[in-house]
Design a protein around this ligand. Structure first.
Ligand code: HPA
Length: 270
């Protein structure tokens, strides 16, 4: 795995000369965030040797390098999902690469279903912690000692400092923000009402098909992690509506303007 990572890294290094400070992964609805930043360079994933290439509709797969005000960032426009069939080690490969490029901090965003009954579609939720017990751990396999330790601590995945930054940015932008625990399932089917009751009893507030694995890989290599979910729908059993990708995308698109404003504010302040 380390060899594969180094091959991809070398392939990017050949094409790009840019030192990012912050990494950003764009979830559904944020795909066009890159239009708001000063883009310096882009690389489609397909041009990176050995790189897992994403297939989901609405996810454009490329790394975008540029500046948000004066902060050098690397952005993943389109992520890799476990349900596409890649091993977990491939799913987190791009996260690791952004760390290797020099990003010491990472902001993870996603679309999620709300399983906290107080939430509403369209809410933004700062991730305070996650539950990854329903997915294979991305660190399974020989440990990559060059990146981190075999048994990394996960007692503060989403840094307290960044949580405070996110709160303050939301407050400054007058954007209401919820807080809660994100539960990752594998997908691609949405959860059953029974699974959502389980997630709720575990202490979850939102459910989705990404992010926790990336947060684990990022913490493994010592990156500082922050996360925000866009609650695009109420999770299965919490409303009478059936779930669809279309509903998820429609809500994400409606919220995107506010979400993008918040992301910019956070990146400038993080
Ligand atoms: N479940 C899982 N993933 C999701 C959901 C959901 O309800 N909404 C958006 N992504």
């Amino acid at each position: 795995m380390y060899k594969k990572l180094m091959t991809c890294f070398a392939s990017v290094k050949e094409k790009v000369d840019f030192q990012p400070e912050i990494a950003l992964i764009l979830g559904s609805g944020l795909g066009d965030y890159v239009d708001e930043i000063q883009v310096e360079q882009t690389i489609p994933y397909a041009e990176i040797e050995g790189f897992p290439v994403s297939t989901v509709k609405g996810h454009k797969g490329k790394f975008v390098f540029g500046y948000v005000e004066d902060r050098p960032v690397v952005i993943m426009q389109g992520r890799v999902h476990y349900y596409e069939g890649y091993p977990m080690s491939d799913v987190v490969l791009p996260t690791r690469m952004m760390g290797m490029m020099g990003a010491k901090k990472i902001l993870l965003t996603n679309a999620a279903g709300g399983c906290n009954p107080d939430f509403q579609p369209g809410d933004l939720m700062m991730i305070t912690d996650h539950i990854a017990a329903a997915i294979p751990n991305p660190l399974i396999g020989p440990n990559i000692d060059e990146l981190g330790t075999r048994f990394p601590d996960m007692s503060q995945v989403y840094s307290r400092r960044l949580q405070e930054v996110i709160r303050q940015c939301a407050h400054a932008c007058e954007i209401p923000i919820r807080e809660g625990v994100y539960v990752q399932f594998t997908g691609p089917s949405y959860e059953t009402p029974a699974e959502i009751r389980m997630a709720r009893s575990w202490g979850g507030d939102a459910v989705g098909m990404s992010t926790a694995c990336e947060a684990i890989a990022a913490r493994h290599m010592g990156m500082e992690v922050g996360g925000i979910s866009c609650i695009t729908n109420m999770a299965a059993g919490l409303s009478d509506q059936t779930l669809s990708h279309q509903e998820v995308q429609e809500t994400a698109d409606q919220v995107s303007k506010v979400f993008k404003k918040l992301v910019t504010e956070i990146i400038i302040s993080m």
